[in-house]
Ligand binder design. Sequence first.
Ligand code: DX5
Ligand code: ZN
Length: 223
Amino acid sequence: MRYILSPSLLAADFGRLAEDAGAVRAAGAQYLHLDVMDGHFVPSISFGMPVIRSLRRISPLVFDVHLMIADPDRYLADFAEAGADIITVHAETVLHLDRTLNAIHDLGLKAGVALNPATPLSVLDWVLPQADMVLLMSVNPGFGGQQFLPYSLDKIRALRSLMQARGLETDIEVDGGVTLRNAEAVLDAGANVLVAGSAVFRGDAGANTAAFTEILRKREAAR
Ligand code: DX5
Ligand code: ZN
């Protein structure tokens, strides 16, 4: 199992996205988490394809695109063309999850499924083998800087154990309220991809990234 940090640019300074993306890369981040919000599925509006396309020109990181938008099927090809490496859709936003995961794979990308805190794991039962990653929201999506919902730890544990029971090593990404203080608990529960927005970009992004990657490096070494 690989342990990965995916810093969320939502918490970065939008006037300095290139510098911030460079800083987290220099400090050891492997992914860049790109939160796309439409003001419909979630209350807030963030950014879309043009911003991702511009970042693609300057960053070699794995672009981990989290679509918090209604009807994401309409835009999958656009996000692929803009430079996404992984596209994660919310189970709550698609009618035909199986078809959507296939469509992402047909574009040559990795496919993730995101679940809101209140959405049961059972929606994954029949499509789990088709997902490269499951993103568990540990806050209600829409804003950075919220508090981690404590019951998320039980949900992570339940997902990891049902994956193990089925012989799957799918990535579990946890998104929302992840900090240097709770990262160990989130990893202990079974996550292997950490999203962190505020905990990286509030303050010294390079130093914060280095602190997260040190925790992740120790996990890799301890395996
Ligand atoms: C929330 C987004 C998150 C957010 C995380 O709707 O999906 O990726 O940026 O931000 P923090 O780490 O500040 O909770
Ligand atoms: Zn996100």
